[in-house]
Design a binder for this molecule. Structure first.
Ligand SMILES: [Zn+2]
Length: 199
C-alpha cells in the first residue's frame, strides 16, 4: 500500500470561542475599585483582590517615568448576552525590558517574549488579557489613553476581549488617590469598561 505523504502546511489555529458563563457564577464581589465603573464597552472586567491591591495601592510606581505590564486570567462570553465578554483578571505582572520615558512607554520585543514565557511557564491555560501602563497625571488630559496607546492596543492586543488598563499616578495624591480604568475596543475606539472586584 502506498500512502501519500501528507503535506505539512501551516494553517491558522482556530481558537474555540470562549465558554459561556453567567456573571453571577463568578463568585462573591468585594467592593472598592479605585476608579469610576462606567459600562460603555462590550467587555465587563472582573479583577481578583490581589490585582486590585497591586495596581490600585500596593505597588509603588515611578513618579518620573511611565511603567507597564501585562494582565492574565480567564475570558468568558456572557451567557445572558453572548455578544459581550466577561474577563477575570487573576494576575498582573510588570513588564521587563521596557523603554521608559516621561510621556511614553515602549514595550520592547524582549518585553513580549518574557511575558509569553511567563504565561507558558506558570499560567497553564490562562489567557493574556491585555496590558496596563501608568500615566503621570499633570492635568485632566492625562487621565485618558493617548493616540499612541490606542495604536499599541489595536496593533498588539487584537482579540475583541483584550483590555488596556490605565493607572493614573498623581504625584500629589498617590497611592491613596490612584485611579485605575479599563478600556476595550468598540469599533475603532477604545471605551471604558465596568469593573468589579471579586473577593
Ligand atoms: Zn499612555
Amino acid at each position: 500500500m502506498i500512502r501519500a505523504k501528507k503535506a505539512f502546511g501551516v494553517s491558522p489555529i482556530e481558537e474555540p470561542p470562549p465558554p459561556l458563563r453567567q456573571k453571577s457564577t463568578l463568585g462573591p464581589r468585594a467592593c472598592g475599585w479605585p476608579g469610576a465603573a462606567r459600562a460603555e464597552g462590550p467587555v465587563d472586567v472582573f479583577v481578583r483582590e490581589n490585582v486590585r491591591d497591586s495596581l490600585g495601592v500596593s505597588w509603588g510606581f515611578s513618579r518620573e517615568v511611565e511603567e507597564g505590564g501585562f494582565l492574565f486570567g480567564e475570558v468568558h462570553r456572557d451567557a445572558d448576552a453572548p455578544s459581550r465578554w466577561l474577563v477575570v483578571v487573576t494576575e498582573v505582572i510588570r513588564a521587563e525590558h521596557t523603554e521608559e520615558a516621561p510621556d511614553a512607554l515602549v514595550f520592547s520585543p524582549e518585553s513580549f517574549a518574557s511575558m509569553r514565557r511567563h504565561a507558558e511557564a506558570t499560567r497553564g491555560g490562562a489567557s493574556i488579557l491585555g496590558w496596563f501602563h501608568t500615566h503621570l497625571v499633570k492635568g485632566p488630559e492625562d487621565r485618558g489613553l493617548s493616540v499612541a496607546d490606542r495604536d499599541l492596543h489595536f496593533s498588539t492586543f487584537r482579540r475583541p476581549w483584550q483590555v488596556a488598563a490605565l493607572v493614573c499616578v498623581d504625584p500629589a495624591l498617590d497611592p491613596e488617590g490612584r485611579e485605575v480604568a479599563f478600556f476595550a475596543r468598540q469599533g475603532d475606539f477604545l471605551v471604558s469598561c465596568a469593573v468589579e472586584v471579586l473577593a
